[in-house]
Write a protein that binds this ligand. Structure first.
Ligand code: ADP
Ligand code: GLC
Length: 468
């Protein structure tokens, strides 16, 4: 069975968030299943991975966007280094950039990505068994293969669509329609949602089946989906919730080369403390105090706007008996506010930016990981934290509620229902109480490290979807 994963991100080639981790791991684990051949197709980026690995051009062609002619190059990695064949789509002017997102013309960029892939497959007579589309950036693929005559060769190919984040839908005005490949015009309704072209809505309508990255998140979409609630209800019969796994080969404290000191269940208590001491030294924090961490995008959905109040209030209310470290970037107003606090409170450390190495160090050093998310389709941080013996303190939403149960019910972390400052502070107070109970905390760390978040189970679930 030939499966092509279509995605804008893939770890370690280009990563902005969890989408990359999933696309960098799922195909690798799928390829361990007999008769599965999973591959990844992503845009070309000006990134280290691309410069440092050997690629060959396997296709050179052209697509049209209205009267604009665009060259499409498909590059294939010569050796399989990631556990799957890797293809890059290069389109000078649109898909030859430093980063996946943040460009004014992203509608053109993602349209070209999808057209480029389908043009290549059609021209080279590559007919996959499954096209697995990730997020709205590839959301028009199911529509295009069934309704655009130029991709007729692919008509009927199974399409599985995974929604990693329904907050982003790629909405475009109908004035963009001329930039789409020609399609059977009476099918326009499939593209439309509330008077706009909506790639995410179109993906849900046209895919053979669609999945979300946790069951909890799927349930939430019925009541909160940025206007697509009724659509998900209508299409419920082909909706599935499949929780993400984690790549235990990358995220393993015993072998992780990004850590100062490696450890396992056997020596976690002594060695984790050494990592913590090292991190605290670097950021001028007292290693004897419990360390809370936040790692993530400074976005409303992550509850990052709560951080400034959470930082100063928790430090004040605990009389300085805790440390907080924040790694992330995004909203610039928030960045500035946190920078101010960094100069005032010695119990608070801030690192602005995207730093893969540091994130691993923090998972390995912190006692608690804070995730006050308002929306969390799955969330990987809480699973990484548990694997590294760090206790998650999370809001009760989406994938967080599926993966972290409260310690009061024998679970692995601390839940709070409402992502507001009061509730987060209350959860932190509970965590401080837990920290005082030395043996309970030690047992919790061990049982968290034993949790099985391996990809194998979810890879099997996707296989069932592909075979439907
Ligand atoms: P999302 O994809 O919504 O950002 P996830 O929890 O699924 O959230 O995944 C986030 C991923 O990105 C994790 O691997 C996390 O460690 C990583 N990450 C987020 N922010 C940073 C950062 N500033 N530096 C390094 N890694 C980060
Ligand atoms: C998205 C979601 C996150 C999820 C990730 C991988 O970025 O925000 O919750 O873990 O995709 O599926």
């Amino acid at each position: 069975m030939k499966i092509y994963h279509l995605s804008t991100e893939c770890y370690p080639v280009a990563k902005v968030g969890g989408l990359a981790d999933v696309v960098g791991a799922l195909p690798k684990y799928q390829n361990k299943i007999k008769d599965i051949d999973a591959k990844v197709v992503m845009p070309w980026y000006n990134k280290h991975y691309v410069q440092e690995h050997d690629f060959e051009i396997v296709f050179d062609g052209f697509i049209h966007q209205a009267d604009r002619l665009l060259q499409v190059l498909i590059l294939k990695e010569k050796k399989i280094t990631l556990g799957f064949e890797l293809y890059l789509v290069k389109i000078p002017g649109l898909l030859d950039r430093d980063n996946p997102y943040g460009y004014q013309d992203e509608s053109f960029q993602f349209l070209a990505f999808q057209q480029g892939i389908l043009h290549w497959m059609t021209a080279m007579k590559i007919r996959p068994d499954v096209l697995h589309c990730h997020d709205y950036h590839t959301g028009l693929v199911p529509f295009m293969i069934d309704n655009c005559p130029e991709f007729g060769f692919l008509k009927g190919v199974k399409t599985i669509a995974t929604i990693h984040n329904g907050e982003y839908q790629g909405i475009m005005s109908w004035s963009m329609v001329n930039y789409l490949p020609a399609f059977e015009h009476h099918k326009w309704g499939l593209l439309d949602w509330n008077g706009n072209i909506n790639p995410l809505a179109c993906m849900i309508k046209c895919a053979t089946a669609f999945s979300t990255v946790s069951e909890g998140y799927l349930e939430e979409l019925f009541v909160s989906f940025r206007g697509l609630e009724s659509l998900v209800r209508d299409e419920f019969s082909k909706a599935y919730g499949i929780i993400n796994g984690i790549d235990n080969e990358v995220w393993n404290p015993e072998t992780d080369s990004m850590l100062d000191f490696n450890y396992s269940i056997k020596d976690v208590h002594s060695i984790k403390a050494k990592n913590k001491a090292q991190l605290c030294k670097e950021y001028n924090l007292d290693p004897k105090l419990p360390l809370f961490a936040f790692i993530g995008r400074f976005a409303i959905e992550k509850g990052a706007d709560l951080l400034p109040d959470v930082v100063w209030r928790s430090i004040k209310q605990s009389y300085g008996r805790l440390n907080i470290i924040v790694l992330g970037s995004g909203n610039t107003y928030l960045e500035e506010k946190l920078k101010e606090l960094d100069t005032v409170y010695s119990n608070f450390a801030l690192d602005i930016g995207y730093k893969e190495h540091l994130s691993h160090q923090i998972y390995a050093s912190a006692d608690f990981l804070l995730m006050p998310s308002r929306v969390e389709p799955c969330g990987l941080n809480q699973m990484y934290a548990m694997r590294y013996g760090t206790v998650p303190v999370v809001s009760y939403t989406g994938g967080l509620k599926d993966t972290v149960k409260d310690v009061s019910t024998g679970g692995s972390g601390i839940n709070f229902t409402y992502p507001g400052v009061q509730d987060v502070i209350h959860a932190i107070t509970r965590a401080l109480g837990l920290y005082q109970q030395e043996q309970t905390m030690k047992d919790l760390i061990i049982s968290n490290m034993k949790f099985d978040f391996a990809w194998e189970k979810s890879a099997q679930k996707y296989l069932t979807l592909y075979k439907m």
